[in-house]
Design a protein around this ligand. Structure first.
Ligand SMILES: Cc1cc2nc3c(=O)[nH]c(=O)nc-3n(C[C@H](O)[C@H](O)[C@H](O)COP(=O)(O)OP(=O)(O)OC[C@H]3O[C@@H](n4cnc5c(N)ncnc54)[C@H](O)[C@@H]3O)c2cc1C
Length: 449
């Protein structure tokens, strides 16, 4: 009898963990495992700000999928549509070719993209922080602003190049602003013509408080640490318009700047919309056992799915965090294996362990198991947590060695230039326009590809 084919879409926290589990739970004769992924690594996103800041090399946070997954077939490309009735996933290979991939069981773990709003100039000029390429691009961009500011004789241009704006006061935005602010402060000493006092970092958020995930006290502590380092905050404020050399805020202020980093939340992968299933805040609605209601052979988890948070109860759904996605991946693996063997599936249950926010150097805030920490103890918890959560020994060692090297030798603030001249809109990195309409999917699948 042919082996059932399990197709997993997305090799991030949830997808890679699911396949790792499936390789252990099922014998090779029990199932054919296939992963659709645009990259051959699992990106450890929580340390992405360290890559932008040059504290870690890009390779340190790109965990090899082939090292971890020994018998899964890796199909290089992105899923651009699903036809659940025909049980076919349409994949655009990295060559651009479209192929129909039939499945018996489908696992959707395609994560999320940067959430955007209808703000003039956002699509054209905002820089994101969601992929490895974006982190590397951002680092080069920030260093090049210092390079250009150092050679201009126009004070207006110099001030605009030295002003950096980050939108989003959650952990991603706060860590990005904090890590890059350390980069520019440290780099300024290598530019004798620049006055470090002229470098400005602004953090803008429509919410009235920083880091609402960590509670009022730690949010205030993080703000105090960053204020001491010169970061300015505009809370309760949003962005009205973005132009290449200036940003207008909703309170009317116009800030001359060549850099707007947009980290104002995430939206579920556009793949979700191709299924015509129920969604909650854009995420695919799933049952506690991670199956999609009405589609017995489709499972979903991670940022793309709205999963009941049984530990909190009521209408709560699990937040889009790596902590949940990784654990949901384990439940996914167990439940897909149970489905194949006809065993009972289990509901996903995980009590949040809290968050860690690394602000660079000795600055950090964290709330492990409800205990509020700041400064060095919080930093120790943050670094220890990341080392434990990284999925392989090799990745842990790379990160540890890079941290140590950076602490001992510092940064040389080198611009790699690898991505010079490339289009750098959010869409150019996140491929949000790659997906097919329902009609296109049905037409392709109906025609047999
Ligand atoms: C800067 C930053 C910092 C963060 N810090 C933290 C933190 O400190 N703690 C925490 O818990 N969480 C943190 N998060 C959130 C966390 O990273 C996400 O919640 C987590 O990655 C979600 O896991 P996932 O498996 O759903 O998606 P991901 O890990 O993003 O994986 C999705 C995978 O699917 C692939 N993919 C996308 N589209 C397709 C497609 N169409 N076809 C095939 N493959 C596709 C992607 O390339 C990716 O490999 C942070 C996020 C960011 C951006």
């Amino acid at each position: 009898m042919a082996r059932p084919k399990i197709v997993v879409v997305g090799g991030g926290f949830a997808g890679a963990e699911c396949l790792h589990r499936l390789e252990r739970r099922l014998a090779p004769a029990e199932a054919d495992l296939c992963l659709v992924t645009p990259t051959d690594y699992q990106l450890y996103l929580p340390l992405l700000p360290h890559v932008a800041a040059g504290v870690l090399t890009p390779q340190s946070v790109a965990v090899s999928l082939r090292r971890r997954l020994r018998r899964t077939r890796i199909l290089p490309g992105g899923a651009v549509g699903v036809d659940p009735a025909a049980k076919v996933c349409v994949v655009r290979k990295t060559t651009g070719e479209l192929v129909n991939v039939p499945y018996d069981h489908l696992v959707l773990t395609a994560g999320s993209t940067t959430r955007t709003f209808d703000i003039p100039g956002l699509a054209e000029h905002a820089l994101g922080m969601k992929t490895l390429a974006q982190a590397a691009y951002l680092r080069d961009h920030v260093i090049s602003q210092l390079d250009l500011a150092a050679v201009t004789s126009d004070p207006v241009e110099r001030d605009a190049r030295l002003r950096f704006i980050v939108v989003g006061g959650g952990y991603a935005g706060t860590e990005t602003a904090a890590c890059l602010q350390r980069l520019t402060t440290a780099a300024a000493h290598r530019y004798p013509r620049l006055d470090p006092a002229n470098i400005e970092w602004h953090l803008v958020d429509v919410a009235p408080k920083l880091l609402p995930e960590l509670g009022e006290n730690l949010g205030a502590k993080a703000m105090a640490m960053l204020r001491k380092r010169g970061v300015e905050f505009s809370l309760g404020t949003s962005v009205k318009a973005i132009e290449p050399t200036q940003v207008t805020l909703t309170d009317g202020r116009v800030l001359p700047s060549h850099t707007l980093i947009w980290t104002a939340g995430v939206a579920a992968s556009p793949l979700v919309d191709t299924l015509s299933c129920d969604t909650l805040r854009g995420r695919l609605v799933v049952a506690p056992d991670l199956t999609v209601p009405g589609l017995a052979d489709v499972f979903a988890a991670g940022d793309a799915a709205a999963i009941p948070d049984l530990a909190k109860g009521g209408d709560a759904i699990t937040p889009p965090t790596a902590q949940h996605a990784q654990r949901q991946g384990k439940t996914l693996g167990d439940n897909v294996a149970a489905r194949i063997r006809g065993d009972v599936m289990r509901p996903y249950f995980h009590k949040d362990l809290g968050l860690v926010v690394d602000l660079g150097g000795k600055d950090a805030v964290s709330k492990p198991l409800g205990v509020e920490l700041h400064g060095i103890p919080a930093q120790a918890v943050a670094r220890g947590y990341h080392l434990m959560a990284l999925p392989t020994m090799t990745a842990r060692t790379r990160v540890m060695v890079n941290w140590a090297l950076n602490a001992a030798a510092g940064d040389d603030f080198v611009r790699t230039g690898f991505q010079t001249g490339r289009p750098a809109r959010l869409q150019d990195f996140e491929y949000t326009d790659a997906y097919l309409s329902r009609d296109r999917i049905e037409e392709r699948v109906g025609n047999g590809g």
